[in-house]
Design a protein around this ligand. Sequence first.
Ligand code: FO1
Ligand code: 5AD
Ligand code: SF4
Length: 327
Amino acid sequence: MPEYATFARNVFIPVTNICRNNCHYCTFRREPSHPDAHLMDEKEIGDILSHGKKAGCTEALFVFGEYAEEVPEYMEWLGQRGYSSTVDYVYKLCEMAIGKGLLPHTNAGILTYEEMEVLKPVNASMGLMLETTARLPAHELSPGKEPEIRLAMIEDAGKLHIPFTTGILVGIGETRKNRIDSLETIAELQFKYGHIQEVIIQNFMPKPGTRMERTRPPSKEEMLDTVQLARSILPADVEVQVAPNLIDPYLLIKAGAKDLGGISPTTIDWINPEAEWPDVEKLKTMARDIPLKERLPIYPQYIRSGWYSKQLDGLINSLANSEGYRK
Ligand SMILES: O=c1nc2n(C[C@H](O)[C@H](O)[C@H](O)CO)c3cc(O)ccc3cc-2c(=O)[nH]1
Ligand SMILES: C[C@H]1O[C@@H](n2cnc3c(N)ncnc32)[C@H](O)[C@@H]1O
Ligand code: SF4
């Protein structure tokens, strides 16, 4: 029986849904001609950040389609906002978040070493799902989901000492052996660099209108098995995360999951818009006899070892020292 489980309070900002990839399971991405295609502007994002801060959030979660810069319409929109690269824009948004008292966590898909180096000082942690080390039909239209490319970025983040969130997407056509291989590969990166703070075991959710609409999602038993695999394969200093808006977490916590990810009191899960966040009270009910503790987007061991910049020093320390946080 685990002593406790953790969660974070975040505000989800879908900065752009333009993406060079086209994953068979995704409804986040939009064609530039679609009426919902967007690049959010600073005013809109500033309002969401302020609202999130008021609601008690500690994290600004910036999510992007990958390398939207490869799409001409996006470059036009970025130019209209006064920017010439996504990274310059992300940097500005992270500064805005910090100014409002929120710690940035950026998941923009693939970034180069140099791009991460620029973003490191303004991010408490960054993330990229490995998804899987297998080559799958689900990713045939997604150059950025090549396992080698994903692994190279996770490795670069390690070289840069960036506290990192990665994970696997379960049920997209991979085998159990593929899951084991993916987890073993993440474990090797952790042995080498020590930067992986958490690994998300995310269950695939079929979405209407996608090519995988009729693909069966993973069963509860498969998810339980995968969490057990993760807990036995990953080093002890890596927490296993599951998403409480996608699956009942109780048995998964008993099987080794220790973190319930970010829950957002003010925004929806833009990747899984059909799945509402539980609020903290509901989350406590879901965890039954397991006490919950709030955490920050940077895990305590990285705060202790100083894996953050001067720009984040004041905010991280004031948040970490406030009441009720996991130390
Ligand atoms: O709301 C979500 N948050 C997602 N998060 C955020 C997560 O819930 C927390 O914000 C992090 O644990 C940091 O505290 C991700 C973060 C990553 O770095 C990589 C992938 C994800 C995936 C999701 C997701 O599907 N939905
Ligand atoms: C941010 C992360 O969200 C996950 N993601 C994208 N689409 C889905 C879906 N249909 N079901 C569950 N997770 C999904 C991917 O793993 C991506 O990397
Ligand atoms: S999951 Fe990410 S990379 Fe794949 S299509 Fe959706 S936004 Fe793009």
